[in-house]
Design a protein around this ligand. Structure first.
Ligand SMILES: Nc1ncnc2c1ncn2[C@@H]1O[C@H](COP(=O)(O)OP(=O)(O)OP(=O)(O)O)[C@@H](O)[C@H]1O
Ligand SMILES: [Mg+2]
Length: 633
C-alpha cells in the first residue's frame, strides 16, 4: 500500500527545451479555453470586431490610391497629371475623404469593441483560474503542503505573478495574434491579385525580418522561463524571512537574510535583463530591416510604374500594405515576449494543477454514521520519508468514552499518530478504524466533522476572537460561543480587552501570547462539540492556574467522548483512563495511570523526574519578572 506516500510529482520535471511554438500555443489555449468558453457571446463579438479590424486595415491605403489614380492623374493613353481640378475632381476628393473618415471611424469602433470584450473575457477567465488554483491547493493533502519542496512563497508567486503572465497574454496578446495573423495573410493575398511580382518581392524582403524575430524570440523565451522560476524562489525566500522576522532580529541576521534575498533576486534580474536586452536589440534590427524592405519594394515598384505595369496609386497601396505587414510582424515580436512569459507561467501553473491529493476519497464513499466512539489503530506503519517509518506496526485502541493519554519523547511520533485519524495522512500499512469502519471508507467531510482537534501550535486567523472560536461552526449563537470561551479560559482574556470578544487578533496570533492562543484553540474545539476529541499538548503554554481552569473545561469536553490527549505534563495525564507510552514507533507501555505509576515503568520514571523538577515549573519566570519590575520602579 502506498497511499500515504507522496506521489513522485512533476516538480522539477518541467521541460527546459524551447519546445515547438505550435505545441506551446496549443498548450496555452488548452489551459485558457475552459475558462474563456464560458463567455462565448463576448468571444464571438470580439472575433467579429477582429474581422472588422482586418477589413479596415485592408481598406486603409485605398483612399490614397484613388487620390492618385483618379484625382491627380487621369487615364488616357497612359496616365497624365490632371490639367485642372474641376468640380468633378472636387466631388471625388470629398467622397474619398468621407470614405477615409468612415474607414477610420469603423476602425476605432472595431478596436474598441475588440479591446473591451477581450479584456472582459481575459479578466474574468483569470479570476476563475485563480479561484480554481486556490481551490485545488486547498484540497491538496497535508503531505503536499508540509513537503520539504513546497514553499508557501513560491505558491503565492504562482497565484499572483504566474497567473498575471497569462492575463497579460490573454488581454491583448490573443487579439493581436488573431488580427495580425489575419491581416498578414489577407494583405499578401490582395498584393498577389494586384501584381504577383511585386507581391513576391515584398514577401521575400520581409522574410529576413521574420527569421531574425524568430531566433531572438526563442532565446528570449528561455531567459523568461528562467526568470519566472527564479521569481518563485525570490518570493519563497522573502516569505520565509518575513515570517521569521523575530528570529532574524534576535540573532542579528538581517544582513544574511538580505544577502539571501539578493542572491535569488539578482539571478532573477539577470534572466529578466537578458530577455530585455534581446527585446531592445530587436527593435533597431527590425527598423533597419523594414527600411531596407520598404526601399527595395519602392525601387522595384517605381520600375513597374514607369513600365506601366501598375499605377502610382497601386504602388501606394503596396507600400501601405508593406507597412501594414511589418507592423503585425513587429507586434508578433512583442507577442513572443508575452507568450514567453505566459508559457513559463503556464508551465508552473500546470505543474501545480498536476499535483493530486495523496489522501483521496474512495468513489462511492459513504458518510460516517454517528460515531459511538470505538477507535482503533491496527498494526499501523507510517512515515514521511520512504523507508524511514516513524510508526512501526503500532496498535492502540480506545473504547467508547475513554480518554487515552499519549506520552513519549519529543519526536516519538505522537502528533503523527493523531494526524492519521482525520486522515491528514494515510498509513503505509495497517488500519485506522472508528466503530470498526476503516476511515478510508467514509467521506472526508463526514469523518472530519466528527473530530474536534486542538493542534500543537494553535493557529489564529486575523479576525475577532469570536470569529476565531466559531471557525468550525460559523452558525453558532453568541451564547454558545461565550459558553465555550468561558470553559476554555478565553473569558478572562476577553475581559481584559476593551472590545472583548470582538477584539481583532492579528495574523499568526502575534497579538496574543502562546497560552492565550491555546485557549482560543480549545474554545474552538469545545464549540465544535464532536464525538471524538484529539488534543495535542493543549495546555503546554499555560501557567498552572490557567491550566487547571482549562483542564476542567477539557474534562467537561471529553466527558462521554473518546479522546486522545498528548501531554508531557502529568497534571494533564492524571485523569486519563489509559496512558500509552510511545517509543521506537510503537506502544511500549499501556495501562491506567495509577497502575503504571506503581510499577517500574518509563511513565513512573517520567513522573519522578517531573516531581524532582518541582511541578509546576511555570511560575518561576513570573516571579523573576515581578522582581525586575520592582527594581525598575
Ligand atoms: N511533515 C513532516 N515531514 C517529514 N518528517 C516529519 C514531518 N512531521 C514530523 N516529522 C518527523 O516525524 C517524527 C515524529 O514527529 P511528531 O511530530 O509526530 O513527534 P511528536 O512525538 O509529536 O514530538 P513532540 O513531542 O515534539 O511534539 C519526527 O522525527 C519528525 O522529524
Ligand atoms: Mg507533537
Amino acid at each position: 500500500m502506498d497511499v500515504g506516500r507522496r506521489r513522485p510529482s512533476g516538480r522539477g520535471a518541467a521541460r527546459d527545451d524551447t519546445g515547438d511554438d505550435w505545441g506551446l500555443v496549443t498548450a496555452l489555449v488548452r489551459t485558457l479555453w475552459p475558462y474563456a468558453r464560458r463567455h462565448r457571446r463576448l468571444l464571438t463579438l470580439a472575433l467579429a470586431a477582429m474581422v472588422g479590424e482586418v477589413v479596415t486595415a485592408l481598406l486603409s491605403p485605398w483612399p490614397l490610391k484613388f487620390v492618385f489614380d483618379s484625382v491627380l492623374f487621369v487615364k488616357g493613353g497612359g496616365q497624365h497629371l490632371r490639367p485642372h481640378l474641376g468640380s468633378h475632381g472636387v466631388v471625388l476628393l470629398v467622397v474619398i475623404a468621407a470614405a477615409a473618415l468612415a474607414i477610420a471611424l469603423f476602425d476605432a469602433l472595431f478596436t474598441y469593441v475588440d479591446d473591451r470584450s477581450t479584456e472582459v473575457v481575459a479578466q474574468r477567465s483569470i479570476y476563475e483560474l485563480r479561484k480554481d488554483l486556490f481551490s485545488h491547493l486547498q484540497r491538496l493533502s497535508v503531505a503536499f503542503h508540509q513537503h520539504a519542496d513546497t514553499r508557501v512563497g513560491d505558491l503565492l508567486a504562482r497565484l499572483s505573478g504566474d497567473i498575471q503572465t497569462l492575463q497579460d497574454l490573454a488581454s491583448d496578446g490573443v487579439s493581436n495574434l488573431i488580427t495580425n495573423g489575419m491581416t498578414l495573410v489577407t494583405m499578401v493575398a490582395v498584393m498577389l491579385v494586384l501584381n504577383w511580382k511585386l507581391a513576391f518581392v515584398s514577401v521575400a524582403l520581409t522574410a529576413p525580418l521574420v527569421v531574425v524575430l524568430r531566433t531572438a524570440t526563442l532565446r528570449m523565451r528561455l531567459a523568461l522561463r528562467q526568470a519566472r522560476k527564479q521569481e518563485g524562489r525570490v518570493s519563497a525566500v522573502l516569505q520565509e524571512s518575513l515570517t521569521a522576522i523575530k528570529l532574524v532580529q534576535a540573532y542579528g541576521r538581517e544582513d544574511y537574510e538580505e544577502a539571501r534575498v539578493d542572491t535569488e533576486s539578482s539571478r532573477s534580474l539577470a534572466a529578466s535583463l537578458e530577455a530585455a536586452v534581446l527585446q531592445a536589440r530587436l527593435t533597431p534590427a527590425v527598423t533597419i530591416l523594414s527600411t531596407v524592405a520598404t526601399m527595395g519594394v519602392t525601387a522595384y515598384g517605381v520600375v513597374l510604374v514607369v513600365d506601366r505595369s501598375i499605377t502610382p496609386g497601386e504602388l501606394l497601396v503596396f507600400l501601405g500594405y508593406l507597412r501594414g505587414m511589418q507592423s503585425p510582424v513587429k507586434q508578433l515580436a512583442k507577442l513572443a515576449y508575452q507568450v514567453g512569459r505566459a508559457t513559463a507561467g503556464m508551465e508552473r501553473l500546470n505543474e501545480t494543477f498536476a499535483e493530486v491529493p495523496t489522501v483521496v476519497e474512495l468513489a462511492g464513499a459513504l458518510p460516517l454514521s454517528p460515531v459511538r466512539g470505538h477507535i482503533a489503530f491496527e498494526h499501523v506503519t507510517f512515515g514521511y520519508v520512504d523507508a524511514q517509518p516513524v510508526l512501526r506496526d503500532l496498535s492502540l485502541e480506545a473504547h467508547r468514552g475513554q480518554v487515552v493519554a499519549i506520552v513519549g519523547n519529543t519526536g516519538a511520533g505522537k502528533s503523527t499518530l493523531l494526524s492519521l485519524l482525520p486522515r491528514f495522512y494515510d498509513p503505509w500499512d495497517g488500519l485506522v478504524t472508528i466503530d470498526g469502519v476503516d476511515v478510508r471508507d467514509v467521506t472526508l467531510a463526514s469523518l472530519r466533522a466528527q473530530i474536534s482537534l486542538v493542534l500543537q501550535d494553535s493557529l489564529i486567523f486575523r479576525s475577532t476572537i469570536r470569529e476565531n472560536i466559531a471557525y468550525g461552526r460559523p452558525d453558532a449563537s453568541d451564547d454558545e460561543i461565550e459558553a465555550a470561551a468561558e470553559a476554555a479560559g478565553v473569558g478572562a482574556i476577553a475581559a481584559r480587552l476593551e472590545l472583548g470578544y470582538d477584539t481583532v487578533v492579528s495574523e499568526r496570533g502575534s497579538s496574543l501570547s502562546g497560552g492565550e492562543k491555546q485557549c482560543i484553540g480549545i474554545a474552538r474545539a469545545i464549540l465544535k462539540d464532536a464525538p471524538i476529541v484529539l488534543l495535542d499538548e493543549p495546555t503546554s503554554s499555560m501557567d498552572s492556574f490557567t491550566e487547571r481552569l482549562v483542564m476542567e473545561g477539557l474534562e467537561h469536553l471529553m466527558e462521554g467522548r473518546t479522546a486522545f490527549v498528548i501531554a508531557h505534563r502529568l497534571a494533564t495525564v492524571r485523569h486519563a483512563d489509559l496512558v500509552a507510552v510511545i517509543r521506537d514507533g510503537g506502544v511500549v507501555e499501556l495501562g491506567p495511570p495509577a497502575e503504571l505509576l506503581a510499577g517500574d515503568t518509563i511513565f513512573a520514571e517520567l513522573a519522578r523526574t517531573q516531581a524532582l523538577l518541582g511541578e509546576p515549573p511555570r511560575e518561576r519566570p513570573r516571579r523573576v519578572s515581578q522582581a525586575g519590575h520592582r527594581r525598575r520602579s
